[in-house]
Design a protein around this ligand. Sequence first.
Ligand code: NAD
Length: 291
Amino acid sequence: MTAQIIDGKAFAAGLRARITTEVAAMADRGITPGLAVVLVGEDPASQVYVRSKHRQTVEVGMNSFEHRLPAETDQKTLLDLIAQLNADPAVNGILVQLPLPAHLDEALVINAIAAEKDVDGFHILNVGRLATGQKAMVPCTPLGCLMMLREQLGSLSGKNAVVIGRSNIVGKPMAQLLLRDSATVTVAHSRTADLPAVVRGADIVVAAVGRPNFVQGDWIKPGATVIDVGINRTDDGLVGDVDFAAASQVAGAITPVPGGVGPMTIACLLANTLTATARANGLPDPEGLTP
Ligand code: NAD
């Protein structure tokens, strides 16, 4: 069997086209969604991400506000900026690029963002709302994975899903989203006993481990849908957490790296900014962009 390749790049392009149309419709009502991105310090990977976020935000017709602060910025200065963005009606979404320099308290900073503008979905209120089935802002990467899974499988109800990884930004919210769609969810992690056996029972595998080619082809149940979140830089270029060559011989469908989950993350950030803007203006949530 050769798996169908889930084309995240094309999916993300379709999503951005749809968002562009919705932004144009909002413009007719005199509303322009605005996304503020705060970058503290000079982390090279973060600078690349922030540049792509800015470019794509502008491309869909939203306002992009960039705030670049020096690495030695103190906590009060950063919190003052967040308070200012919270109060600014032109700003619908606020994203503080992580990681922050070590002297800043990441949790304190994230929780200072107004929950309704927290387009990364990391604020403690949004985490709680997602876990309790309330209207939340949902973290972008797992939201993108959910959209691709729904597109691929239709209903996820009753499927056995294994999420490998329990981070706050990918693994845990992914598990919540799958549970919300009535999958039977197992969260595996570095202490899981007999991971291959756990994965072999799964109709859906989401790998968010951060280890190149970690998930082996013979762990995959024939016909399973495999979502590879991993982004690992190796001598062979960018590779995922799944041994793609082997797994794609067994799976029913699989995301490649690059070109799978990666492009969906920023598209979902824009989707969240659109949702936040709709909510701020008393409009209904745009269809299909929220769980
Ligand atoms: P993390 O380091 O915070 O978490 C990794 C998780 O993997 C941990 O929960 C750990 O328990 C688990 N793990 C580690 N070793 C394991 C093992 N031997 N067996 C089973 N589980 C093990 O990482 P993260 O932030 O969740 O990111 C995971 C990967 O996804 C990374 O490669 C990251 O670059 C990538 N990522 C991609 C996107 C995207 O946009 N595509 C977004 C976020 C993260």
